[in-house]
Design a protein around this ligand. Structure first.
Ligand SMILES: *Cc1c(COP(=O)(O)O)cnc(C)c1O
Length: 368
């Protein structure tokens, strides 16, 4: 059945109790086990009320069955459990460093063959869809903000692979991989969906019943469920995603334009910039461009001085919170492909002029 309501309405209204006298929000239920005869039995196996509610909302947003996990990485690990021993995985050259680490660790241990493909090599991805067991995409990518042609890749003919998309940077409001033809959409709920830097959670959504069953079976055995409080906080955060994201995206677009014109900045990557190589493609299938930007300054020392010199923008890892954060990305393990002086910034909901003043001041001091 096609739900006529817009996702922005559904994420507010779904996942709520509905019996007379119930509270408007599911209370946190810290429970491992339940008395027999009800909906739940043991929360590693069949969840809790807050886990169920979170899955209802995320599933409705992406248009599939959602399974939530204790972190984004736990969700990715569950997806990798779908790959048979000795199977073949295609993954992007630029992707979240934890995912790259898990993939290379498994390849080194002989669990699978790993093929890395440039995010923009659409023909390479299409070829991988026929022959690989898992095609793992991440778009926009972390931290280079590369855009992969998801519609073309997900619909490529002769496909044998399970195609999964890490859609963390886009959120379900920015793109819906299942509608584009992917088998799996994955999110680090820790980031924009949670939105307040106060929880770890992950999600995988699919329309394929066989995959949902296998992922759920893996989660039950591997035990990668979120806690009841984390599920509650994620759902509470998700309720305001649409307004947070609107502000964060408009701030990001404005900062990207101002950074692009700044003499101390060599290059800005943000798919919302008309000059960005991913812009036309992103505009063709995304709704908005997210709120992460990356930009290059002269070198790593300058980048360190910029992120440490800001007072409103917090020097911290991770992204997607209401508060702006920035971090130097090059020079870390698994980041040899990154240009020197790269800064990744997650843009929050503060007033854009305050953010710009902070950035411009730190850039001026660091580049002096
Ligand atoms: C943070 C992140 C992850 C990992 O999620 P955790 O919740 O930290 O485990 C995966 N993919 C992307 C794109 C991320 O930004």
């Amino acid at each position: 059945m096609i739900d006529p309501l817009h996702p922005r309405t559904r994420l507010v209204g779904l996942g709520r109790p509905h019996r007379p006298g119930d509270p408007l929000n599911h209370p946190v239920t810290p429970a491992s086990n339940f008395l027999p005869g009800g909906e739940h039995w043991y929360s590693r196996l069949d969840g809790t009320n807050t886990i169920d509610a979170l899955e209802e909302v995320i599933g409705a947003l992406e248009g599939g069955t959602a399974l939530v996990f204790g972190s984004g990485m736990a969700a990715v690990a569950a997806v990798l459990s779908l790959v048979p021993a000795g199977g073949k995985i295609a993954a992007p050259t630029d992707c979240y460093h934890g995912v790259a680490g898990l993939l290379t660790e498994g390849a080194a241990a002989g669990r699978w063959d790993l093929h890395r493909i440039e995010p923009t090599d659409t023909a390479g991805w299409a070829a991988a869809c026929d022959g690989a067991d898992l095609v793992w995409l991440e778009s926009p990518s972390n931290p280079l903000l590369e855009i992969s042609d998801l519609p073309a890749i997900c619909r490529s003919g002769g496909r044998t692979a399970i195609v999964g998309v890490d859609s963390t940077f886009a959120t379900p409001l920015g793109q819906r991989p299942l509608e584009l033809g992917a088998d799996l959409a994955m999110h680090s709920v820790t980031k924009f969906m949670g939105g307040h830097s106060d929880l770890l959670a992950g999600a995988v959504v699919t329309r394929r019943e066989d995959l949902a069953t296998r992922l759920q079976g893996h989660r039950q055995l591997a035990g990668a469920v979120p806690g009841a409080l984390e599920a509650f906080l994620a759902l509470r955060g998700l309720r305001t995603l649409s307004v947070r994201l609107d502000r964060q995206q408009s701030n990001a677009g404005e900062l990207a334009r101002r950074l692009e014109a700044h003499p101390a900045v060599r290059r800005v990557r943000y798919p919302g910039l008309v000059t960005d190589p991913g812009h036309t493609l992103a505009a063709s299938f995304m709704d908005g461009y997210g709120a992460v930007i990356s930009f290059e300054v002269a070198d790593d020392d300058t980048a360190a001085a910029v992120v440490e010199g800001m007072q409103i923008v917090t020097h911290a890892t991770s992204l997607g919170g209401v508060e702006s954060t920035a971090e130097r990305r090059s020079g870390y393990p698994g980041s040899t492909h990154l240009p020197p002086g790269l800064i990744r910034m997650s843009v929050g909901i503060e007033h854009v002029d305050d953010l710009w003043d902070d950035l411009a001041r730190a850039l001026a001091v660091a580049s002096a």
